[in-house]
Ligand binder design. Sequence first.
Ligand code: ZN
Length: 204
Amino acid sequence: MNGLKFGRYAMMCAIATAMASACCNVTEDGKWTKEELEIIESANPTVKVYTIADQADSLLLRSKSKDLGKAMLQSPEYAKLADAMIATVTSPEQDGVGIAGPQVGILRRIVAVQRLDKEGEPFEVYPNIRITEMRGQMQAGPEGCLSVPGRRGDVLRSRDITISYTSPSSLNDTTEVVQDFTAVIFQHETDHLDGTLYIDKAIE
Ligand code: ZN
């Protein structure tokens, strides 16, 4: 159980939620903005992490992210952004288990998540991600965030979810069931794409 190393969990109310399943077909063929390209080009190999300590960063962190179009997913900039997000979250200064586009100033639906449920616990990148279903009992567990330095709080999360995203290789919509603490990471990171921080949901 990956979750055990993250401390105590209180069993809370039983909720089985079928969330509205927003379709994630890649129909729009958006382009990178000038600001996005500047951030991606600046990767060396890490990029700056936006935090709530800065007012302008805080406003961006509260904004909603957009999908990535097909051309964007096939561009060298996408590969460079994916590499930069992984380099940043795994850097000794950050040492996190996940990072979302807005945390590096990119308002796109993209997250990098450490797959604690896979052998070798690799970091993987998921574009156009949505959580389409949450099942079972919500449980409280401690969370922190690279964008909220120096704080931790308990948040209620499902341990059994379905994610939907666009495969960067085939460009097909893909769904996958994710469980245990890795499911918590996906919920935390996907919240970022809607401008939500864990401190909005913390119960203590
Ligand atoms: Zn976070």
